[in-house]
Design a protein. Structure first.
Length: 147
């Protein structure tokens, strides 16, 4: 696991994790009923080759290069259908795990962006120890912040 870019980043990250664990970000249940999505609620991505696509791609590359985004990997699943193994650590191709593939995706995006993209890796009480041990045994090439 890598350190955050600065002490202020680490302090902010620690503060956010503390607040999350304390339930400070929980919202009260909605009183109104949920409504199904309607046509137009979700817009399709622009088609490659269009001006909207070029604009969206440029904006995405810009925020990646500026370090304004991170990747989120949710790895709390116990993999009960896999016999109770930590799902993120199940080998899926040779010795590569689901987590290895996700971290490799982020490493490729980091190379394209010309800077490391941080990974926020959410675990659960069922997966935390095993995932931390796996990361310690094979440190990833991108900064990973486990919570």
């Amino acid at each position: 696991m890598a350190d955050l870019d600065s002490p202020d980043d680490q302090r902010l990250f620690d503060e956010l994790v503390r607040g999350y664990c304390a339930g400070e970000f929980s919202r009260p249940a909605r009183s109104e009923p949920f409504e199904p999505l309607q046509p137009g609620d979700i817009l399709p991505l622009p088609s490659p080759g269009t001006p909207d696509y070029a604009r969206a791609r440029q904006q995405g590359e810009s925020v990646l290069r500026a370090g304004q985004v991170a990747a989120l990997v949710v790895a709390g699943g116990a993999g009960t259908r896999f016999g109770g193994a930590v799902k993120a650590l199940v080998p899926v191709l040779e010795s590569k795990t689901f987590l290895d593939f996700k971290l490799a995706d982020v490493a490729r995006a980091s190379a394209d962006a010309g800077r490391p993209i941080a990974v926020a890796l959410m675990t659960s009480h069922l997966t935390d120890a095993a995932i931390r041990a796996a990361l310690a045994a094979r440190p990833p090439s991108v900064p990973v912040h486990v919570f």
